[in-house]
Write a protein that binds this ligand. Structure first.
Ligand code: NAD
Ligand code: GLY
Length: 364
């Protein structure tokens, strides 16, 4: 496959600092990262799947100018926990690294979220850089500073807002990504269209086949559009006082699936896909979406090889799990629903019976 030559970039504006997202297909380049490393010490955090693919050239190039150590974590959502964070701290302590260290997350959202959280907490906060290597992490998790780990009873329950110094999204890394993982990333891409831009939904309906065939230019365009959407939201509401919660469309239902099925069984993007359908079905029951629009959502998800129905889960179990959601306020479940295609709202103003009906459609 020939490597298309394109580069694009944007700036994320946050309270702590502004930082660039560079989107490229020229393969990860140390010279693009080096200007964002302030001290002499670098810890690259990656996992045992990504390390053999992308670690060596990055480590070698950075070692010309920096003291570089590496922490290779086990691969999987089930390892997004305190034990892995401790492994990162252990490596930092073993190296006698100090506040000048820059952590580099090389991998998908799991590595990125954990590296960010380790950076946020080591010595009360050190710099970090995101090199996302999955579509999901390129369009979502590497941008906006949400970092953290899972608790056995709830996804991403422990964490911090901590912004990276820069994000380098190298489209060519998607060439080694398993097809199922690419589809999981497409769920978050489709999410942006459903909550923010119905024209983007039409664009996706036309371009999803090319994206799934790994057209890196089309993928790069989609990543840029998604990062533009996300940067605009983060600039207005970094700490999720309101607007940012809309990016969690499908996630409350999705987190129920992930937690119930056991972390790693359903991919995050797969759970979000089925969760978006459930949220759309509830929006339909309220009268905001037509049956045709719900069918359109299912079609676009199916086009991306994503599930459109959740696994069987008892209604009360689902409600209990939803009760742990970070958006719960005064004991009330709040959900992101669609007023129309391309327009989302955060609301608790729905008939509880509608939610029960949606959950019972696929209950055990
Ligand atoms: P992941 O990090 O588990 O990566 C998916 C799989 O692909 C893993 O096995 C990984 O080792 C492998 N992989 C990564 N890059 C590869 C490559 N280029 N080639 C081959 N294999 C590769 O999963 P993900 O979908 O990237 O991220 C999901 C995580 O992100 C979840 O924990 C979710 O909670 C989190 N998330 C965070 C935010 C946020 O704002 N912080 C947003 C969305 C999701
Ligand atoms: N992935 C949702 C957010 O970053 O807010």
């Amino acid at each position: 496959m020939t490597t298309p030559q394109f580069d694009s970039s944007l700036t994320v504006h946050t309270q702590s600092h502004d930082y660039p997202i560079i989107i490229t297909a020229k393969s990860i380049m140390a010279e693009q990262i080096a200007p964002y490393i302030s001290g002499q010490q670098v810890l690259i955090v990656t996992n045992e799947t990504v390390a053999p693919l992308y670690l060596q050239p990055l480590q070698q190039a950075l070692a010309e100018n920096f003291t570089v150590a590496v922490c290779v974590l086990p691969d999987g959502e089930q390892y997004k926990n305190q034990a892995s964070i401790n492994q990162i701290y252990d490596r930092l302590m073993m190296q006698h690294f100090n506040r000048d260290v820059t952590l580099i997350a090389l991998g998908g959202g799991v590595v990125g979220d954990m590296t960010g959280f380790a950076a946020a907490s080591f010595m009360r906060g050190v710099n970090f850089i995101q090199i996302p290597t999955t579509l999901l992490s390129q369009v979502d998790s590497s941008v906006g500073g949400k970092t953290g780990i899972n608790h056995p009873q709830g996804k991403n329950m422990i964490g911090a807002f901590w912004q990276p110094q820069m994000v380098l999204a190298d489209m060519s890394t998607l060439q080694t990504l398993p097809a199922r993982e690419l589809s999981a990333g497409l769920a978050e891409v489709i999410k942006y269209a459903l909550i923010m831009d119905v024209d983007f939904l039409t664009w996706l309906e036309q371009n999803l086949p090319a994206m799934m065939a790994l057209d890196l230019v089309i993928l790069g365009e989609a990543v840029k559009r998604c990062c533009d959407y996300k940067a605009a939201v983060v600039a207005q509401d970094e700490r999720e006082a309101g607007l940012r919660a809309l990016l969690n469309f499908g996630h409350t239902f999705g987190h129920v699936i992930e937690t119930h099925e056991g972390y790693g069984s359903w991919l995050h993007g797969e759970a979000v896909a089925a969760g978006m359908v459930q949220a759309a079905e509830l929006s339909h029951k309220i009268g905001w979406l037509s049956a045709d629009e719900v069918a359109r959502i299912k079609r676009v998800l199916a086009l991306a090889d994503l599930p459109t129905t959740p696994p069987p889960i008892a209604v009360q179990t689902a409600l209990d799990l939803m009760g742990h959601d970070k958006k719960v306020k005064n004991g009330q479940i709040r959900l992101i629903l669609l007023k129309s295609l391309g327009q989302a709202i955060l609301t608790d103003d729905f008939d509880a019976q509608f939610l029960t009906e949606v959950l019972s459609q696929h209950a055990v």
